[in-house]
Every structure is written in C-alpha cells, then in structure tokens.
Write a protein that binds this ligand. Structure first.
Ligand SMILES: [Zn+2]
Length: 966
C-alpha cells in the first residue's frame, strides 16, 4: 500500500520551452538587397571620390581619440503607422538609450569633424533618410541610429544593420535598428527578462558596428590601410570542414590571438564562425559549439550571454574603431584551456568525457556548465549536433519569477541572483523521493577565497556548508533524512562563474561582467536609486565630496572599478586607457606611449606602465602577476623564469636545456656543463648520467632507477619496480608486487591498476579482461553494455537499450519500459519527439510532427527554421505553421498577399506583384518598381552630397594642420 502512495506522489518534470530568439540580422531580404546595392555604390563612386584621404582615417589610431557619440532617431516610431502602443514606444526608447550609452563606453574614435552627414542617395535599408540628415547632417554624432519597428509573428525581438559608411573615416556612421512589436508583447518584464531584451539589442547594434558577413568587405586591412573589398576578403576568410560542416574561419589578427589563448591551442588559424542556420545566422556569428554563451552567437540562450574578449577582438579587427574597451569584457569558461581537440572535434572527440561542456544525449539531466540552472541535453540547431545542458526557462536559478513555481517550496529551492544549480535531491520533510529530478536551485554564497560555499535553505531556516569539492552529503532535518547533496566538483569554477549583477540592475540598466551600467536618472549598485546627479551617503549631490569619486553607476565611493582611475580634480572616476585594467591616471598626451597602467587585462603583461601582448627581449610574461619580468642572469631572452632561449655568449655561457651553463666545470667529476649561477652540474659528459647533481655510470644509478639516454639523467622506474629498462618496462618487481606486461602491480587479480586503498577497486584490467562500471574487470561485457575496442572498457548502451553494438547502434530496446527501436538503431520512449518537434502525430515516430518549438514552423509534418520558398509562417491555433503565399507572389512575408519577391515575369510594387510598374514608376535591376523621378532627384543630390563631403574634408584637414603646428 505504501508503495502505491509513493509512486502516485512522483511529480513529472514540468517542461517549459526555452525562450529562444534566433538572430535574423541578415536573413532579411531587404537588408541583403540594400547591402549589395550600397557596396557597389560605395566602392564605385563614393570612396573613389574621397581617395587620398587615408591620412585622415589613419588618425583614428592617434592619441586624440574620444568616446564615440551615438545619436538615436526615434521619429519613425511616431510616423510609421503599424499599431505600436505608447508602452511599446517607451520601452523601445528606454532600452535603446541604455544600449547606446553602453556603446559610448565601449568604443573610442577620432570624432567626425562637423555634422554626421548621410552621403548616399539610397534609402537606409527600408526607410527614407530625412533630407536634413543628407544635407546638413546630425549634430554631435559619430554614429546615428534610426529606430524603427515592424510587426511579425517571428520570435526575433529586433534586427539591425549599418546603412552608410563614411568614406573619409571609412567606418559605419549610420545604421538602423528595427524592433518587432509582434514579439514585444511584454513591456514590463521582470529584471531578468529585461536583461535578455537588452542583450538582444546590444547584439544587434554590434552587427551595425561591423560584426557581419556583409561588413567584412569594408574592414580595413592593417597592411594596406585600405578596405579588403570582396576581392581581398580571402585574406581573413578561410573555409574548413569542421565536425562535418563547411565552416568559415575568421583569421584576422586579434581574433586569432584570442582564440589561441582561450583554447590553449597554438595551431589555431582563426576563430570558427557559425556554420548552421541559413543566411541570417551563418557567417555573422561565433560558432555555438565552441563558445556557447557569447553575446554574438546566433541564438539567445536561456542563461543570458557574455560580451567577451572574442567580440572585442573582432571589433578591433574591423579597423573601423580607434580603440575598443577590453576592460568591459566578461569571461567565457566554455572551452577555456580545453586544447586543440576541443576546438576541432568538440563532442565528437574520443576524449569527450573530459569535456564537461557536452553531454551524450537528450536523456541526460543536470546543471548547466555555468550552474545557472538545470535541464536536459539539447542540440539547438547551431551546436553541430552536440548536446549540452541548457536550463529550462522555469528552472533558471537566476530568474526571480521562477520563485513562484508550485514546486519551489516542495523542492526547498530558491530562485535569485545568488542562486546556483547544485546536484541535490532535497525535498520538504516527509516527501523524500517525490521528485525524479536530481538537480535544484539553491541560494549559494562563496567565501572570498572560494574555499567554502554556503548553501541556504530558507524554507527550513538552515545552512549547509561545502568545504570539500565533490563531497556527497546526506542532509537531515530533525534527525530525518530530507535528501542528498553533492558539493560542486570545482569550487573555483563554480564561484567565478556567476556573472549576475545585483538585482539584475532593477530593469534600469545593462549588466555586463557583473557591473550595472545604469540608465540616465538612475544610480546605485543595482540602478535602483532615482537620482539625476551623484549619490552619496543617502542623498543626491551635484559632486562627490573630496576623497570620493563618482563611479560609473554614479555612486560616490572612495575607489573606482577596474578600467577607471579616481580623478581628484573632478572627483569622478575617469576611464583608463582601454589597454589597462587598472591605472593611476589618463594616458599621457601626444608622443609618449606612457599609458599609466598599474595592472593589465587578461593575456596582457605590464611593462613600465604599458600593457603589452608580448614582453620585450630580455623579459618574459609572468602569467600569475601579468607582468613582464627580467630573464635570469646571463640569459638574454627567455620563455619563462625556468627556460632560457638565448644565453650571453660574450661571458662564455651556453644554452643547455633552458639553462645557461658554463663549460668551466673542473670542480665537478665527469661534468660537461655547470650552472654559472647555482654552481651545480647540469649536464654530464658522454656515458655519464646525472643524479643528485653528480655524474655516474648507468649501473651507479641505483635500485629503482634507470639511465635515460635521451636526457642523460638517472630516472625513477615505475611504482613497485626495482629494476627497469625504462619507465614502461620493468624487469623485476619489489616484494608484494606481480609483474604484468612490464609493470608492477599489487592489485587483486585481474586488476592491473587499482585504487591505492581498495586493491580490488580496478582502474585498468590485465589483458583479456575489460573494465566495467569503472571498478570491476570482467572477461565479457554484461547485458546493457558494449565493449569499446580502443579503451577495452564496457560502456553502457544508450538509455532504454538492452543490447547494443556501440553507443549509437542499439539492437534491442527495453519494450517493457516503453522504448521502441527507431531507425533500426535508436531507442525512443513512446510519445517522445525529436527536437525541434514538440508534439508528435504518431507515438512511434519521433520525427512526424504536429507542433514545433517556439522558433520553428511546421511544414509538411516537419519543423523548419524557415518555410520553403513560396511559403510564410503564421500562428494557427497557437502553432507556427507554414502557409502558401498567394499565387501572385514568389515569396511573401507574414501575409499570403504581402509579396517580398516576384517571379521573373512580374515586378514588385508595394508588396504586390504586377505585370508592369504603374505610371511614374520604373523597373529596377531587381524587379522592384521605383518612383521614376527618384533618379533625377537622386542624381542631383548625389553631386550635392559629394560636395558636402569635400567640404567636410577640407575643414577637417585645416583644423588638423593647425593643431599639428600648434
Ligand atoms: Zn545576430
């Protein structure tokens, strides 16, 4: 009876689909068409008219750089009549202003002299540019963004692109951002979702700044100081087949440098660009598989994203910008130091068990790599068929709104910015075993040295302390067990992973790398205080008092955050040179290269006030202190303190295995070289071997040692070995050991290697035996497992399989538990569907779909990211379905009769396909009707604009000459 009650109490995991927005940056036909047209005009007429002005452009790298001035034009929100509400307008303005303010801190440029003029006769993608901006220009602007909107059922919040390159400065100066009000239904989201919206917007604006396959032709080649153009793009674009996908590799300098350092693989030739997802995603984003939660991957992930050094490096490589603020970058742990194998093979590697980033299938449940939440393995369509754990949106520990979930209190959980995912089965007293899930969101706080993690269970008013990584704890309450908890395996990783800001910046600011960048009018560490000036001791003040400095969040404190120094003249924190993590003042002016850095950002080394990528000759980069340190005495050039590369031969020193030695070693017997510094022998004469700083013959190495001819050292034999020929070939074992295949073991037969305490706990088996369950040696792999011929290990079959050939190929499934064999190889639970299908028609076919996940549409029982040509996506009874465009259109968008392209014999006019253009319109190259008189006006305005530019150029030139002479 008791058993029945318990099983009735088992709750099923409640699955809420992930909120996912796929970037449609350049899948938009209009943007594509525009980019082609603009590129032709730019390289054929606009740029040639401004050649010989490269000197001006080069000044972008000079000393007098200023923070970029981003101007926003919201007027289209009022003039377009597509049903926007006042709340949506206010929301768009709020997040746009916060994002623009952040870009100002991110980028420095040589400011435009004069107004920012739109110098092209083309529309800015899909909008008419105000005449004023074409003739007079926008004041105080280095980048003007037109903010517009559209209304579609797609799951993308916004799309954006640049629409004008200034030919003098050769960088984008105009762009447009278009919001989807069809997606923007919640204009009062909680602070977590507000952050996600802001991240999408920032992502889109970074496309405008040059991260886009369409923009790379304008990037400046540092060798020639000229744009690569389409003809030269192969200099930074190479294709490789990676994990079975043709993949674009971006080989520009800074990006390649960061990739090598991040993955710790010197053979990397560049960074992988997204290889899946059609033109909107592929080519313009980082490859999801190798850098999952970077801000510039193709799809939003539920945990939120990080703006990392990769994107900063790319923005530097565009050559558009004077400097890009590396201090703002947050850390990415995905793939960090995982080596070339991770970068190339990812989840297909034979070492994949070492890569915690991936899980084997969709049936694995657990915490996400960054411990932000829990879920099951997914293959998101961008991860090259690799599965990784992405938290369910209602099991995202950092999203406060999940606190009200009906199971929260029963599972003793907490959802807050301090909550992290922990492997735990804690359950309300008396309900143990009621939940199948083994992961929980618990409030956890790390001690400052990361040695202790304190987990708070508010419901029971108790705390649990983790002091030992990986420790399993049985948790009792009033002497009764309430569950098991496993302490995180790597405290350093767990504690440094939390990128959350306090209260997610209270929906009043952008959270980047744990710091809130507050909107105008808000201050405080979480942007919760309303104040137009600076906040000090509970009141809003005009200036901070002496000894305090206005921080970037406009709060007065005695110190400044990384990247800023306290300016005692203004009592404000001012930005350091972008290369310094900390500094004691601004970079000194003009000729001197002194940047006043006192500490450097990741991968850079401090050398007399500057942060360098590489230390000068005679110095090495000390990884721990991030400083350039002098090589040892007598060493002219070194790799690190232990390894010299070039010794000072003028004083008789020679290089020997990284040490500078002298050949004057008469005081040592049979010594060839001795250290000039430590006065010991470092290399023996031929036929002698070094041990304890003496040179001896091979038989003098002694018991348990052998003479290694390769390095002329006496080296230790393996464990338990008395006499050996080399490390792997023992000839005689010590008492208590038995000799097997050249090694000595004292493990219980047939273990070859075993736990040092429990000798029957096997780690490796003698030949003819195979390791099973990581602990026993068997001569035949049991049922439910298969033999891996390389490792000689019995691995479990996939879930639901009782007899298999390998992990991928099952012969027989566990029918009693409801599994059936699909595709002759895979076990699938009856009724389960394959992602991205959400509901299947046939319980025994996971592919025939009747409802898809949010960002997919249903076409012929399949889930597709984009409907076939001639179809458009619309929600019918809550299901995104591909519907046929009307016969007159070749392609249409969001309505059957809203054509976006027409078949050959027809022309496009106002969303309609006609046999010929109406009166006053003419057919353009791409079969679109354009107003005929446009051309005449355009021709005259073309000349006007070019004149405008020449004026700007001449004025700019005079000013520069004057300042140089002064
Ligand atoms: Zn994008």
């Amino acid at each position: 009876m008791k058993i029945i009650i318990q099983s009735l109490l088992v709750f099923t995991v409640c699955i809420i689909p992930l909120i996912i927005g796929e970037c449609q940056h350049d899948s938009n036909e209009e943007i594509k068409r525009f980019q082609e047209e603009f590129s032709q005009q730019y390289f054929n007429s606009i740029l040639p008219n401004h050649q010989n002005q490269n000197n001006l452009r080069k000044l972008q790298n000079s000393q007098d750089l200023q923070n970029i001035r981003v101007t926003l034009d919201f007027s289209y929100l009022d003039t377009l009549q597509l049903g926007i509400t006042d709340k949506q307008k206010a929301y768009i303005q709020k997040i746009s202003k916060i994002a623009a303010q952040f870009i100002t801190k991110l980028i420095k440029v040589k400011p435009l002299t004069g107004n920012n003029i739109y110098g092209s006769n083309l529309r800015c993608i899909d909008i008419a540019v105000p005449i004023n901006d074409q003739k007079i220009g926008v004041e105080n602007s280095d980048l003007n963004l037109y903010i517009i909107y559209f209304n579609s059922g797609s799951s993308a919040l916004a799309n954006a692109a640049s629409c004008f390159m200034n030919p003098v400065y050769q960088r984008p100066t105009f762009g447009r951002v278009s919001f989807n009000i069809g997606y923007l239904t919640n204009t009062n989201p909680n602070s977590f979702k507000f952050q996600l919206d802001l991240q999408v917007l920032l992502h889109e604006i970074i496309h405008v700044l040059g991260f886009s396959s369409d923009s790379m032709q304008y990037w400046i080649d540092p060798d020639t100081q000229k744009p690569y153009k389409l003809s030269g793009i192969s200099k930074i674009n190479t294709y490789q087949t990676i994990r079975g996908f043709k993949t674009l590799i971006l080989t520009s300098k800074n990006v390649t440098d960061i990739a090598r350092k991040h993955y710790n693989c010197s053979q990397i030739i560049g960074m992988q660009i997204e290889n899946q997802g059609g033109s909107g995603s592929a080519g313009s984003h980082w490859e999801r598989t190798v850098i999952m939660n970077e801000l510039m991957t193709a799809q939003q992930v539920s945990i939120g994203a990080t703006l990392s050094q990769f994107t900063i490096a790319l923005l530097k490589d565009t050559g558009f910008w004077g400097d890009v603020n590396i201090n703002i970058a947050g850390q990415i742990l995905w793939g960090k130091n995982q080596g070339c194998d991770f970068y190339n093979q990812a989840c297909q590697s034979s070492n994949k068990a070492n890569f915690q980033e991936f899980v084997s299938s969709s049936s694995v449940e657990g915490c996400s790599l960054t411990n932000d939440g829990y879920g099951v393995g997914i293959n998101d369509g961008f991860s090259d068929n690799c599965y990784y754990i992405q938290p369910y949106s209602n099991m995202l520990c950092t999203d406060l709104s999940n606190q009200n979930n009906s199971q929260t209190d029963l599972k003793l959980e907490s959802y807050s910015t301090n909550s992290r995912c922990i492997m735990s089965t804690l359950t309300k007293p008396g309900m143990l075993g009621s939940f199948s899930s083994k992961s929980r969101c618990h409030e956890s706080l790390c001690s400052s040295d990361f040695s202790t993690i304190t987990i708070t269970i508010k419901q029971l008013n108790m705390t649990i302390e983790c002091n030992q990584p990986g420790q399993s704890k049985v948790i009792n309450y009033n002497n009764k067990k309430i569950g098991d908890l496993e302490c995180p395996k790597n405290f350093n990783y767990f504690c440094s992973n939390n990128q959350q800001c306090v209260n997610n910046c209270s929906s009043n600011g952008l959270c980047i790398n744990k710091i809130c960048h507050c909107a105008e009018g808000f201050t405080g560490v979480d942007c919760s205080i309303s104040c137009n000036y600076f906040y000090e001791n509970g009141s809003c003040v005009n200036n901070c008092s002496n000894g305090n400095f206005a921080n970037p969040d406009k709060t007065c404190r005695s110190s400044c955050p990384d990247g800023y120094f306290g300016d005692t003249k203004t009592n404000q924190c001012q930005q350091c040179d972008f290369s310094c993590k900390q500094c004691n003042g601004p970079p000194s002016s003009s000729q001197s290269l002194q940047k006043n850095c006192t500490q450097c950002t990741l991968y850079k080394y401090l050398y007399s006030g500057n942060c360098l990528d590489q230390c000068p000759t005679g110095y090495y980069g000390d990884i721990l202190s991030q400083e350039c340190k002098k090589c040892g005495s007598g060493c002219l050039n070194c790799e690190n303190s232990q390894k010299c590369i070039q010794c000072d031969s003028t004083i008789g020193l020679v290089l020997n295995q990284g040490i500078c030695g002298s050949q004057n070693c008469d005081q040592f017997n049979n010594c060839n070289q001795c250290s000039a510094i430590s006065k010991t022998c470092i290399d023996c004469k031929s036929g002698f071997y070094l041990i304890n700083q003496n040179c001896v013959t091979p038989d003098q190495c002694g018991d348990g040692y052998y003479a290694n001819k390769n390095n002329k050292l006496c080296e230790k034999c393996g464990d338990g070995c008395v006499k050996c020929s080399n490390l792997d070939l023992c000839n005689e074992c010590a008492v208590g050991y038995r000799l097997t295949d050249g090694i000595c073991t004292n493990c219980i037969f047939p273990c070859k290697k075993c736990d040092q305490i429990n000798k029957s706990q096997c780690q490796m088996c003698e030949s003819g035996y195979f390791l099973y369950q990581n602990s026993i040696c068997v001569n035949k792999c049991p049922k439910n497992t298969y033999l891996d011929p390389v490792s000689q290990i019995c691995y479990p079959c996939q879930k639901g399989c009782v007899d298999c050939q390998n992990q991928l190929k099952c012969n027989q499934c566990d029918e009693i538990s409801g599994y059936y064999l699909f595709d002759n190889q895979q076990c699938v639970l009856k009724g389960d569907c394959f992602s991205p299908c959400l509901v299947c028609q046939d319980p025994k076919n996971p592919k025939i779909c009747s409802k898809c996940q949010d960002s997919f549409s249903l076409q012929d029982n399949l889930c597709v990211q984009q409907c076939k040509s001639g179809y458009y996506s619309q929600k019918i009874n809550g299901i995104n379905t591909c519907l046929k465009c009307s016969d007159s259109c070749q392609q249409c968008s969001y309505q059957a009769d809203k054509c976006s392209t027409c078949s050959n014999e027809k022309v496009l006019y106002n969303d309609k396909c006609l046999t010929q253009c109406p009166q006053d319109y003419i057919k353009s190259n791409n079969n679109i009707c354009k107003k005929a008189y446009d051309d005449t006006i355009n021709n005259s305005s073309k000349n006007l604009t070019i004149c405008g530019f020449e004026k700007v150029y001449i004025i700019g030139f005079i000013i520069i000459i004057i300042t140089t002479f002064i």
